[in-house]
Design a protein around this ligand. Structure first.
Ligand SMILES: Nc1ncnc2c1ncn2[C@@H]1O[C@H](COP(=O)(O)OP(=O)(O)OP(=O)(O)O)[C@@H](O)[C@H]1O
Ligand SMILES: [Mg+2]
Length: 338
């Protein structure tokens, strides 16, 4: 089926992990029950939610999207369920909520984990009985809406902490689609990079896209992509926009545009205490951690920071780190910093 989505909404990927998600999506699209889409930031949750709607029997009806994190608690309830005129300060006219608007179609509740317990209680009622009341009204309204929720947090843990209702979680979790981070879809990196590059080349009115140099392709494959597909897209767009010759393969990769020797560093807190850089991948990373590599990275970062803070004077740096001059020289040598 051709999805009538803008070009940059097309889902790209061929890795087994991605194809499994597409299969799961097609199966889930057919039934008319809630679906949860879970995944780290930038993994494509919004695109998957849209796909679920457009592959479902509701595809010709409304697809309404609400970012639950974008509204304060009281306004979110009014946004979802509507309100009667005069029901609270500022509610001068009656407002139809998103549930009513989505009648017959799909309501995509993005960042669903940020909803208040009170909004969750109302959501539970809608998922159970298909009914709710506008704020300030006793009249029960029925809406036939399919809910898709998305979040980047672990909902069962949120439920354990009392931040998300267990009963709502059970209702919503009829199908749970968990998107793999890009680092577990390495086969897709170059494919995605190529597509993003091609789009920018088109925007720049180049005749064709020259591709990437071997070194650049290698670096793209090696990077861990903590920001996932969004990060990859930004990096490629930056690289292609900065390229000067449309016939030369793209070869300059700038992962962190803030990287500069003049970047303002956080202030050192106490005399004799170097800022401690983060040595290891974030806790969210479920990849195995190489202990020796992480310690080496930490040591190197400490040494570099201390050298920089002491204007590369090795005696001052040694004093700063509470090392003898010879100990410092040994460490610098070990890490190839001499
Ligand atoms: N499979 C894919 N093919 C092509 N582009 C993709 C794919 N997945 C995601 N993208 C692109 O990556 C960016 C991030 O996707 P999206 O907004 O859907 O992620 P998200 O998981 O909702 O992120 P967040 O948690 O920050 O809200 C978008 O520009 C989207 O178009
Ligand atoms: Mg999103």
């Amino acid at each position: 089926m051709r999805l009538n989505l803008p070009q940059d909404q097309t889902l790209i990927g061929e890795s087994p992990a991605f194809l499994e998600i597409i299969d799961q999506c097609s199966r889930a699209a057919k039934h008319d029950r809630p679906v949860l889409v879970i995944g780290e930031r930038g993994t494509g949750k919004e695109l998957i939610a849209a796909r679920l709607h457009f592959l479902s029997p509701r595809w010709e009806k409304s697809f309404i999207q609400v970012n639950c994190a974008a509204l304060p608690e009281n306004l979110l309830e009014s946004e979802l369920f509507g309100h009667e005129a005069g029901s609270f300060t500022g509610a001068s006219v009656r407002r139809i909520g998103r549930f009513e608007e989505a009648h017959g179609g799909t309501l995509f509740l993005d960042e669903i984990a940020t909803t208040s317990l009170s909004a969750q209680e109302k959501l539970l009622r809608v998922t159970e009985y298909g009914s709710f009341q506008r704020i300030g009204s006793n009249k029960t309204i029925h809406a036939d809406v399919r809910i898709i929720g998305a979040t980047n947090i672990d909902l069962p843990s949120a439920a354990e902490r009392g931040e998300f209702r267990h009963d709502l979680l059970d209702r919503l979790a009829l199908d749970v689609i968990t998107l793999p981070p890009l680092r577990y879809r390495r086969d897709d990196i170059l494919l995605l990079a190529y597509q993003f590059g091609q789009r920018v080349a088109q925007e720049r009115k180049w005749q064709s896209f020259p591709g990437f140099s071997g070194d650049m392709a290698h670096s793209l494959m090696q990077h861990d992509w903590p920001g996932n597909i969004r990060e990859l897209k930004n990096v490629i767009e930056r690289a292609v926009y900065h390229a000067e010759d449309e016939h030369e393969p793209i070869s300059v990769l700038e992962i962190d545009p803030f990287d500069s020797p003049f970047r303002p560093r956080p202030k050192i807190q106490k005399t004799g205490e170097a800022p401690v850089p983060s040595p290891a991948p974030s806790q969210q990373d479920s990849k195995p951690l190489d202990y020796s590599q992480a310690v080496a990275t930490l040591e190197q970062a400490l040494l570099k920071n201390a050298l920089e803070s002491n204007k590369y004077n090795q005696r001052d740096t040694a004093r700063f780190l509470n090392l003898t001059y010879h100990q410092l020289r040994h460490q610098l040598k070990k890490h190839g910093l001499l």
